[in-house]
Design a protein around this ligand. Structure first.
Ligand code: KIV
Ligand code: ZN
Length: 519
């Protein structure tokens, strides 16, 4: 076993399974590039068998990433494995991750398979994956509620079949740290060929214990942690990458292994993921929340000024907080703009995209004198999203005064023509959304509306998030602008553009029978 702790990032796969967090191919590429700069070991880019779009997104990530392994998820099915292998063909270091459920409840109620058949299918899947790559990960889904004797048997069998990483997921977030750590220790001790694989954990946060469980597993021999930026993921999310990384870095007296992460890139990744997915980061979130390094109380400030370590166990700059610098202004030219995007690892694919982004930058610089990295990230997200728009915002006028119901007049470009309408609402945002609905008539439900600031100061851009639901499908839309009413209209339209587009995708963990293509 090595002293290296491998970081397997699944923001683009499990993270994307959070309701509303689905990402386009270009958005995945931007996040993958940021993860490469962060120096994660493995990027799980998606589930290629889910849809053509998912396949192409994994393929696109595999095409551009050189310094990390790129991984595709597959159920233990021939077709899934073949699709994953095909999507990863151009990866410098491809990994196929195959899984099957091992808990009594999942085997009986979901798979409707006998335990022996589950072992057989797992072995068959790993062997098939090994025909494509020698980097194969096997996950025992719902391992947290599986019987340890059965886990030992299936793990021994898949290692013999060629699995090089064994992942133990706490799929439903049921474990507690002491027990989960003990379980990992027992597996490593009892599986006779355990030394031929790296043991990994994948913890969900339903009880708020994902990070604690992951760290407890590390203390008991796990050497890979599966995690996501900002803890994004199915339901309550996965273990937060920034927390596991900073815990091991800050407590070398306890953790005898090290990650290869460049922690100064953490904030950049956190902001990018939040901006693209529309999931805001709570202010008191460890490491990346706005208050994480703010020493508000007078007593604390006094202590910090006298001696930094009185109240600080980490330095803000070590996780990239000080990267927040003014980068461009009103007089910056096209070349400076392009060069700065490059530094941020943002490559726009066409000259036309660059021109549109630059025009937006000039508009923004007229309103806001100092443009920061975060402004540019938000601006590029907006620019790329607007290219796919069926409904485009052309004009907005809002009238709001005390004692009167606010009125919004809006002009949209839709179905090849300009349409204008006015509506009243209980507040200006309500009036804007009602006006849009008068034109679009979407039959969606508004679940969440949120506003946050992209940078500090009253001239900052506001970032608005809108979550809409239609027939059980949930999407997030985002918009940013120095005028939060314009940002609100953009966010609502961004969500509408997503929810009204065709959608046909399989969820990896929800299928009635896994036997569909077994012999
Ligand atoms: O939570 C889980 O069990 C998963 C597996 C597919 C690894 O996401
Ligand atoms: Zn998961």
């Amino acid at each position: 076993m090595t002293d290296k702790l491998f970081i397997f990032d699944t923001t683009l796969r499990d993270g994307e399974q959070s309701p509303g967090a689905s990402m386009t191919k270009d958005e995945k590429i931007r996040i993958a590039r940021a993860l490469e700069k962060l120096r994660v070991d493995v990027i799980e880019a998606g589930f290629p068998a889910a849809s053509v779009g998912d396949f192409e997104a994994v393929q696109a990530v595999a095409n551009v990433i050189n310094d990390c392994s790129v991984c595709g998820l597959s159920r233990a099915l021939d077709n899934d494995i073949d699709r994953a292998a095909e999507a990863l063909k151009s990866a410098v270091s491809p990994r196929i991750h195959t899984f099957i459920a091992t808990s009594p409840i999942h085997m009986e109620m979901k798979l409707r398979m006998q335990p022996e058949a589950v072992i057989e299918q797992a072995v068959r899947a790993v062997k098939r994956a090994r025909n494509y790559t020698d980097n194969v990960e096997f996950s025992a889904e719902d391992a947290g509620r599986s019987e340890i004797d059965f886990l030992c048997r299936i793990i021994e069998a898949v290692i013999n079949a060629g699995a090089t990483t064994i992942n133990i997921p706490d799929t439903v977030g049921y474990k507690v740290p002491e027990r989960f750590g003990r379980m990992i220790g027992q597996l490593i001790e009892r599986v006779p060929n355990a030394d031929k694989a790296i043991f990994s954990v994948h913890c969900h946060n339903d009880l708020g214990l994902a990070v604690a469980n992951s760290l407890s597993a590390v203390l008991n021999g796990a050497r890979q942690i599966e995690c996501t930026i900002n803890g994004l993921g199915e339901r309550a999310g996965n273990a937060a990458l920034e927390e596991v990384v900073m815990a091991t870095k800050t407590r070398p007296d306890i953790f005898t292994c090290e990650t290869g992460i460049d922690t100064t890139q953490i904030m950049n990744c956190s902001r990018l993921v939040s901006n693209i997915t529309g999931f805001p980061v709570q202010p008191n979130k460890a490491i990346v929340g706005a208050n994480a390094f703010a020493h508000e109380s007078g007593i604390h400030q006094d202590g910090v000024l006298k001696h930094r370590q009185t109240y600080e166990i980490m330095r803000a700059e070590d996780v990239g907080w000080s990267n927040n610098r003014m980068v461009l202004g009103k007089h910056s030219g096209r070349n400076a703009f392009r060069a700065h995007l490059k530094q941020l690892n943002i490559e726009l694919s066409t000259e036309e995209e660059l021109n549109t982004a630059f025009a937006r930058f000039k508009e923004l610089a007229d309103k806001k004198h100092e443009i920061y990295d975060e402004d540019l990230q938000a601006l590029v997200t907006d620019t790329l999203a607007s290219e796919r728009e069926v409904y485009k915002l052309l004009y907005l006028r809002v009238l709001s005064e005390t004692g009167e119901l606010p009125t919004a007049q809006i002009t949209l470009f839709m179905n090849g023509e300009e349409k204008t309408v006015s509506a009243k609402g209980s507040g200006p945002v309500d009036a804007i959304f009602k006006a849009i609905e008068a034109l679009v008539n979407s039959n969606t439900n508004l679940l969440v509306y949120s506003v946050s600031n992209v940078t500090n100061g009253t001239d900052a851009q506001g970032e608005v998030g809108v979550r809409l639901e239609k027939e059980g499908r949930i999407v997030n839309g985002q918009g940013s602008d120095t005028d939060i009413l314009v940002a609100s209209a953009k966010a609502y339209l961004s969500a509408l553009n997503k929810i009204l587009s065709p959608f046909n995708r399989q969820h990896p963990q929800q299928h009635s029978s896994i036997c569909e293509d077994t012999p």
